[in-house]
Structure formats: C-alpha cells, structure tokens
Design a protein around this ligand. Structure first.
Ligand code: DSN
Length: 416
C-alpha cells in the first residue's frame, strides 16, 4: 500500500484511520466480518482492469481466457462447498442476486410471499419501499407475538390462502434456525417456487452448523461477506434446470460486466470455507452467540425469542428506558459497534427502533471464545443497565482495549 500513500495521502490516511478503527473496536454487527489477507489481495488485484460481459467461453470482449479460468474456479468451488448443481458467481450484491432470482422465475406482478421486514426479513423480500414491493404482489409472514419465532403452521395457512408463485425463506434479523424442509413442503403443496436467501447464515451452512437449503430450494441466493467471510458480493445456486434462466437474468438481464477481481476473491473465500478450520470457526460462532446471549439474559436484558440458534440476537432495549438508536450510540462511544434494529411488532420507527442486533461472526474471526463473550456481554449489560456514567464507560473502554490487544486484527497491515 506504499504506492497509495505516495500518490494519494489524503485517501490513504482515511483508510489508515479505518484500519485503526477496525483494530481497536469490538465489531458485533451481525452482517459484518473480517476477510482474510488472501481475500483482500485478490479483491485488490489487476483483474479489476478487465471487461468480461457474458459467461465462460462466451464473452463480449477478447482477452478473457484467464478470467474464464478464474470464474470457473469460483463456480466449481462454490458448487462443491454447498453441494449444488449450478452456480452464478457474478451478482454484485445480495439485492441484485434476489432481483435476478425474481426475474428468472416470475413475471412482474406475480405474488411473492416473504418474511416481513419488520419481523426480520430483508428489504428485497417484499418491502413496500423496495423494488420487490413495488413490482410484485407481496404477502408476508412473520413471527408469533408470544414466542418471537416463526410458526410453520401459520406460514402454511397464509400460503394456502394466498397461493404465492414464490416463497422466500431467509432473514436478516431472525435469531432462530429456519426449517427449510417445512418451507419446501409448503411450497410444493401450493405450487410455489422456494427461494432461500441464506446471506446471513451461508457460513453456518458451509460449516455444517445450520440445515442446508440446497436439497429443498429451487433457488438459493447469498452474499459472500457475512458469516461466509469473503469479499463484498453475492452468488446464486440452483438446479441445472433453472441455471439458464438465472444466468440470463443476471446478465444481460440486470448487470453489465462482472467484477472479476471480486469473483477471484470469492473463489479464495470458497476455498477457505472448505477447510476444517472453517468448520471449527462456524461452530464457534454459534457457541459464542449462545454464551453472549446467556450472559445478556442473566444480566436481565430481554432477547427477542428468548435467545439464539445462530450467529445473532436481538435485544429489546426499550425496557431499559432507551431507544435502539441511543443504545447504538452509547455502545459505539465505548468502542462496541452494533446496529439499531426493529424488533417484531415494534411501535417505534425504523430510524430509531426498539432494538439492537448483535452478532458474533467478526469477533469469532478474531479468535475470541466463550470467556471473551461473557466479558463482552457483561460490559454491554453494564453500559445498558447501569446507565450512562463516565466510570462505566471508562471501564468498558479498558475492557474493549484489552480484548482488541489480546486478539489483534490485521497485525502487519499498513496504509502509511
Ligand atoms: N444490510 C444487511 C444486514 O445488515 O443484515 C442485509 O442486507
């Protein structure tokens, strides 16, 4: 990175400051992670120079022999990782992957049944402010008020009544394991396609600590940068039967040239996720989430659904007399990053909702285990329960500093 510093000190300095921020804070944002140096190297490679619209062997530009090799490696690896028949590794983001899946299987105006954004679904699962809610006829399912969990018999009732053409299973803020088999039985019963958006849990699926959607879903979309710990991007898995439609939907349907450097970085991440260390990592994410959730509960904080089965949890924070936004800010002031989040049946607006969402993928990458999760849980509880005071914040900052020191991130990275 010496070159960047030599040529553009202004930008190099900002990236340097961001490195220091990542190194010196505890990241509990459930959808973030730290990509390996190898992934970062591939993502910043000269493959960014190439145009390669089209697919392997059928490009609209010359000079793509090696890009074909890169994309082929990525496709083969992700198919092997998830035991899938076909894969498209070109989607730039999870939203574009979901859009491509809808374009492939549906006509505009068709009925999609997805999880309510307010209950933990994603914008692209039918939110009225998103293309999905504007261009398709949306019906939603959610969690039960008493349990905070999805009741599959209720999902079935809605599906039987509404007869959607496609059911989306997947979430961004649901702390429980999704029952893909039950979703697929319901989809079959009503003659709907089943699409699983496994963006949040892809690393858990790869590490065999969450049921795989592959045997059950017609189409699976995912991002690569969350629990899967790759570069920012996405991919789509499907049966061979749907592959041609998916490919057409991605290109030329909605994207132009693929990001070949990012596809290379995805390939690196897929290989990493095949290693035994990754299986241990995925297991530890879940063990850590349970340890963190238990600590928060023991300290009297209220978790949506009472706990977690996966990598994340939601705290209903209004009980402590503050909003999600306020909790996010005071935690950030102590060096702990989380995101404010709606909780199911939230009376408060999305810009300042009743909850915060916490996840363990990033801290598990740093090597932290149950004792550290308990220390962090107690620190968070001190801040949220004992109210904002200088001495508590000072103590929290010390704990954060020590943990960041003991579990270093990118130790020899430099932008100066
Ligand atoms: N923004 C992502 C998340 O935080 O869950 C979903 O796209």
């Amino acid at each position: 990175m010496g070159q960047l510093f030599n040529e553009d000190k202004e930008l190099a300095e900002v990236i340097h400051q961001e490195l220091l921020r990542q190194q010196s804070t505890l990241n509990l944002i459930a959808s973030e992670n730290y990509a390996s140096r190898a992934v970062l190297e591939a993502a910043s490679s000269l493959l960014t120079n190439k145009y390669s619209e089209g697919y392997i062997g059928h490009r609209y530009y010359s000079g793509n022999t090696l890009v074909d090799v890169v994309e082929g490696i990525a496709i083969e690896r992700v198919k092997r990782l998830f035991n899938a028949e076909a894969a498209n590794v070109q989607p730039h983001s999870g939203s574009q992957a979901n859009m491509a899946a809808y374009f492939a299987l549906l006509k505009l105006g068709d009925k999609i049944m997805g999880m309510n954004l307010e209950h933990g679904g994603h914008l692209t699962h039918g939110a009225s402010i998103n293309f999905s809610g504007k261009w398709y006829n949306i019906v939603s399912y959610g969690v039960e008020k008493e349990t905070g969990k999805i009741d599959m018999s209720h999902v079935r009732e809605i599906a039987l009544r509404e007869k959607p053409k496609l059911i989306v299973a997947g979430a961004t803020a649901y702390p429980r394991e999704l029952d893909f088999k039950a979703f697929s039985e319901i989809a079959k019963e009503v003659g709907a396609y089943l699409m699983v958006d496994m963006a949040h849990i892809a690393g858990l699926v790869a590490g065999h600590v969450h049921q795989s959607p592959v045997p059950y879903a017609d189409i699976i979309t995912s991002t690569t940068h969350k629990t899967l710990r790759g570069p920012r991007g996405a991919f789509i898995l499907s049966s061979k039967a749907h592959a041609v439609l998916i490919d057409k939907a991605v290109f030329p349907g909605l994207q132009g040239g693929p990001l070949d450097h990012i596809i290379a970085a995805k390939a690196v991440a897929f290989r990493e996720a095949m290693q035994p260390e990754f299986v241990a990592y995925a297991k530890q994410i879940v063990v850590n989430a349970k340890a963190l959730a238990e600590t928060l509960k023991e300290r009297g904080l209220k978790l949506v659904s009472g706990g977690t089965d996966n990598h994340l949890m939601l705290i209903d924070i209004t009980e402590r007399g503050m909003s999600g936004g306020e909790a996010e800010t005071i935690l950030e002031n102590s060096g702990i990053t989380v995101n404010r989040n709606k909780i199911p049946f939230d009376p408060r607006p999305a810009r300042d909702p009743s909850g915060i969402r916490l996840g363990t993928p990033a801290l598990t990458t740093r090597g932290m285990k149950e004792p550290e999760m308990r220390a962090i849980g107690n620190t968070i509880a001190d801040i949220l329960i004992l109210n904002y005071s200088e001495s508590i914040i000072e103590r929290a900052k010390k704990t954060v500093g020590k943990l960041c020191n003991d579990y270093p991130l990118y130790p020899h990275m430099e932008y100066h």
